[in-house]
Design a protein around this ligand. Sequence first.
Ligand code: 44T
Length: 844
Amino acid sequence: MSAGGSRRPRRGHRAGQVQAASKKELIARSVQSAQHCLQNRDYGTAYAHFLLVLSLAPELKDGFKETFQYSLLKWAEELYALNRNRDLFNCYEQALELFPSDDVICNSMGEQLFRLGFRDEAAGYFHKAVKLNPNSDAKENFYRVANWLVERWHFIMLNDTKRNQMYQKAIQKAVRTGSKTVLDIGTGTGILSMFARHAGAPHVYACELSKTMYELAREVVAANQMEGQIKLLHMKSHDVQIPGQIPERVSLVITETVDAGLFGEGIVESLIHAWKHLLLPPKPKEACGEGYGQVIPAAAVIYGMAVECPEIRRHHRVGVREVAGVTLGGAVQFWGPVHSSHTSDDVTEPYATEKMSRVPGGYRALSRPFQAMTVDFNNLQDLENIAAGKVCRISLPVNEQGKLDALMTWFVLQLDDEHSLSTGPSEETCWEQAVYPVQNFLDEDYFVSPGDTVVLDVSCPDCYLRMDIVTVSKAGDVDSGNIGNVSDSMILGNEAELCDALASLHTVNTQDRLQQKCILESSEMALLNNVKYHESFKSAIGKVVSSLIPRESCSSQSINSDPMNEEDPPQPATEVPLYVLDVSEGFSILPLIAGQLGHVKSYSSVEKEQHCVALEKLSERNGLAKETLEFWLSQLEADDDVLQRPKSDDMWSIIILDVIETCGLIRQEVMEKAAIARCLLQSGGKIFPQSVVMHGLLVESQSLLQESAVQGTDPTLGFSIAPFINQFKVPVHVFLNLSTLPCVRLSEPVALLRLDLMNPYLNSSNNELKVRICKSGQVTAVPFWFHLHLDEDISLDTSSDTSHWKQAAFILETPLQVEQGEELLLAVHFQNSNVSVTLKRSSL
Ligand code: 44T
């Protein structure tokens, strides 16, 4: 035994030595192989060798970090190209096990996830990368996705002192009057839970669905010395169980899980669940004392109103029968993104949200506000009636003449019998209103006059509040509310079903039923309605076309003109057309406009099947020959390949690039696209736009600040929340309506940057300019917009009132006090499609 005992370790020792030696050798050989593979660009094998090396010899991690990253990134590119996504993510996961706090790997993982459409996950990795290294390249990526992690309204709500005070008072009162155990549903940053705790509630629980918000709430609660006093749960309230997460039923539920349409965050379902499983029984009318359950808010009243609003109209209905020579009517029925009709499998928000006080061009009330619905959150039966989708029909008298464009709603949230909040359009609040646009029907506007009655159905069939206009009966019409009386009524509301019903009544001709249905985003709709945009393109394309077609073809109007017309002989079959490629994002009829000019073969890059069919129908309806319109993307897979030659030995005459995104920013990689486009143009060919000039001005705007970051501890009533949520602030505010932004203009507009898409050598990535201050104040932001120059004479302004683009603004890190007459130095920096601006006092 003893001999054996003494031998064993020795054998082990020798074996250990052998093992160590062979391990060392293995490592050395693997390093060699890895480097060899790298030289031969065999990244997959190189990566596998490095992985082995670094798992065996973690002490080498520092030395090989960059080479390892390089092989990983290269190998990941190959895997992506090969569509081996599972392998791709496995590689990143392995790599992150080795280097858990490497921002480069995190950022790259985020980029891959983003490319594959996993946006939320991508956002999580960008955030992690920025946390690991605040100067990381991931910063720009993070800025682009920060608002998916933490939606911007959190800033707005936290800055709304009145709202915070009202909730605090209601919570204080409930706790004072006996509520001991509190559950906060959808705690966000934890503010309401902190109010409850601060008011003296001994037991506070809070649940939050979003991982990012839950983690944020933990940081906030800890920073406010309430760690251990508020139990935070990362889950949906429906998954909270007794005694699993909470030991016993609570006496108070506090929640602000309400959206602009009140019910969109699922408050009805959450509270039905809470009353059944988490709350003490409600207090009977005659009872007093403790031991009962209650909810803050106690109740809500929803109000509605009929409005005329040109801005909503142009974003939700086609308002023109013809655009730059292209007839829209007949072949295609365009629908806005928000439908009032609903089927069981389509649970999209039936409303848009707008801060109506800031809608460009304003709005006009056509009716008085009416009470659309009331809900008692302390009454389970009431909640269940709503959830059952009970429909309530309302007759709304019209009292002003105008175009009926939308119904809008807002609500009063009664926190308790003393405290309430209103989300009304004229309130000084952070709230937006829900907007139910009237859809197109037979391409008509809906004129209403005093005495008319709008008949509408209000319901909540699927957790969203719906408003369906059933009919509008004209003054003196006795048959209101009856859709059978179609000749006198305008039929709106559940259009899809009503269309069919009408068709069978032979009041809609069969042509309409055969129309192709095409659903557009609101910005696509606004674009389609923008006549100036299309006319401008038409003239600019026309100029290029006539400069490029051979002289002898010039006399004929169009390749599709009537062959029977003697004066207009058919083109010789040998004629080579001019090729026009439209790489606009989303729905675009520019290929049809180009096609109508004649001698042109147009390529559209629309992606959605519905959009392709709609373009084909429009092309046919407008008499274009079938071969005039082609779809470019149907032939291509990867995004990088969008720009190629039309045919092996032909070149493009015109390439239309979509330089500015609807949100008001320069589109990513557009300069790279322009560079490729330049190589694919025939001599004399053009890129549209040929150049882009960015304009901006200096403003003082409190509301922009409030929408961008929480302003200290005052609005949050002394609780420290700003330092945590402000980690998610971004330097550029997008989707801005500059014309209605509450602000003081401190300078005239100036040109900030010029990007030439045809002549890259004219571009510089840094620009310095002087700006004269025309009014004293605090510069807080630099709103900006663009002029797109199609050619020397024709340009489009992204801030015009017919624009489908919104504007954007840089928010200064710290406001700058300026005096009238002073000159400031503005440094503009352009890199990777991102523009940044810094303001300095001029040394003069
Ligand atoms: N936005 C208002 C809606 N949650 C507010 O994850 C007003 C929009 C708005 N957690 C401009 C201005 C404004 N269980 O973090 C969210 C959400 C969470 C839940 C657990 C549940 N059953 C839920 C339901 C939601 O609650 C938080 C707040 S939802 C409030 C939405 C300023 N645009």
